[in-house]
Structures are given as C-alpha cells and as structure tokens.
Design a binder for this molecule. Structure first.
Ligand SMILES: Cc1cc2nc3c(=O)[nH]c(=O)nc-3n(C[C@H](O)[C@H](O)[C@H](O)COP(=O)(O)O)c2cc1C
Length: 218
C-alpha cells in the first residue's frame, strides 16, 4: 500500500489550480467509472453527479462559494447532488436494474426492494436525505484517493451556498440538491498550501484496539 500512502502524502486540498490545465477525455471517463463503481447502501446510489467545465458557470459557482478561487481555476468542478430515494423512485429503479443486470426474477427483485422502500417510507424526508448524503461522501472519498493516485489535484469543498448552487445548476427542478463539491485540476506552483506540513491527530489519539479481556500484566 506504499504507493497509496505516498499519493496521500503528496495530495493536499488545492487552493489554486493551473487555469490552463485540462483533463483528458480518458481521465474524465475514468472519473465517471470511479464514481459509478463506488459502493452504496443497498446499491441505491442516491445521488447524481454534475460536472462543470464551462468558464462562465465556474465563475458563477465561485461567487456562490464565497469566492474560493479553486472553483474557477479548476479544470472541472464536480458537484455531488443528493435526492430523496422515495420521491425519485430509486428503489423501484434498483429493482429494475437487478432484473436487467443480474437476471433476478421480477417477483424476487420487487419484494427485496419493497422491503427497503417501506422502511424508508417510515422515515422523515430529512433522515432520508441525510442517509443519501452519507452515500455520496463515500463516492467523494473514493474519488479523492483515486485522483491522488493518478497525480491529479483536488479540493473537496463544503464552503458554498447550496441553495445558490441549486439555482445556478437547476438542480431543484430535477429533485436534487447540491451537497458537496470536488474541484479537480493541476496544482499551481504559486499555491503556497502545497508547501505546508500535514496536520493530523496522532495515531494514539485516533486509534485504539478493542480488547475482549483486560490484559494480565505479570
Ligand atoms: C468535506 C470537506 C469539505 C471541505 N471544504 C473546504 C472548503 O470549502 N474550502 C477549502 O479550501 N477546503 C475545504 N476542505 C479541505 C480541508 O480543509 C482539508 O482537506 C483539511 O484541512 C486537510 O488538509 P489536506 O487535505 O490538505 O491534507 C474540505 C475538506 C473536506 C473533506
């Protein structure tokens, strides 16, 4: 795993990208593959992902992200948008996919997904969206590490006005709302953040091993 750890040491939350850098078509396809292959609870993938490359749109999004420059200088800003799995009909959709891709008998696929669907119907919409958000963050994390492995730079960002993003990208009318974004590109040598040390909790603070018995000391 050393190559992964090296990549994680090198990556950092990029504040300024080389504005001339463009992703190749292959890199964009790979980004889509990584997101598609990310696991989610019950396989529902309760989100959609919007790619923003147009300079004018990135500029408007930057203004809604408290003028954080990495949105405009990124080669692509990736917006993870969540939806309510009940309102979006995603449980029924998943049943159809199981029938099509896994050749599951219709009755089995429907009863399997209907079980999950009815327990989600008993939850508040806010709780369903919270669950959807947790799934979206798995895709975010998976992509973040994958980009680092490929030597691409990125900044995950929650510092933006979600309602304004939704307006700019017309997400509301699609039953979606923006949750978190990932700006992607190539770091600018002028970005001082890359030269700063990593700040992390110590292993002692972060990890412990659970023991079923108190060890006996002789
Ligand atoms: C979910 C999430 C949201 C973040 N939001 C922002 C943001 O809005 N603006 C920003 O400059 N950095 C943002 N960051 C970057 C973090 O501050 C950064 O990852 C953290 O300090 C660790 O530093 P490193 O990523 O450079 O190792 C965010 C990170 C995460 C994971």
């Amino acid at each position: 795993m050393n190559n992964i750890i090296n990549a994680l040491q090198k990556r950092y939350a990029t504040k300024k990208f080389n504005a001339d850098f463009k992703l190749s078509a292959e890199q964009e396809q790979q980004i889509q593959d990584i997101i598609r292959l990310t696991p989610s609870s019950m396989g529902i993938q309760p989100y959609e992902v919007v790619f923003v490359k147009e300079p004018g749109l990135k500029k408007s999004l930057m203004a809604a992200a408290y003028n954080q420059g990495q949105v405009e200088s990124s080669a692509m800003t990736i917006v993870f948008a969540i939806g309510d799995p009940i309102e979006k009909g995603w449980f029924d959709r998943q049943a159809e996919l199981l029938i099509k891709e896994r050749h599951m008998p219709r009755e089995k696929a429907e009863s399997y997904m209907n079980g999950f669907k009815s327990s989600f119907e008993g939850m508040s919409k806010a709780a369903r969206l919270e669950w959807a958000g947790r799934q979206a963050y798995i895709a975010l994390g998976s992509l973040l590490t994958s980009l680092a492995m490929e030597g691409l730079d990125a900044c995950p960002m929650e510092g933006f006005d979600r309602a304004t993003f939704d307006d700019i990208l017309n997400l509301g009318e699609r039953g979606l709302s923006s949750l978190v974004i990932l700006t992607v590109g190539q770091r600018s040598p002028e970005d001082q953040t890359q030269y700063e040390a990593k700040v992390r909790k110590s292993s002692r603070e972060l990890f412990s091993y659970a023991l079923s018995q108190t060890p006996e000391w002789n």
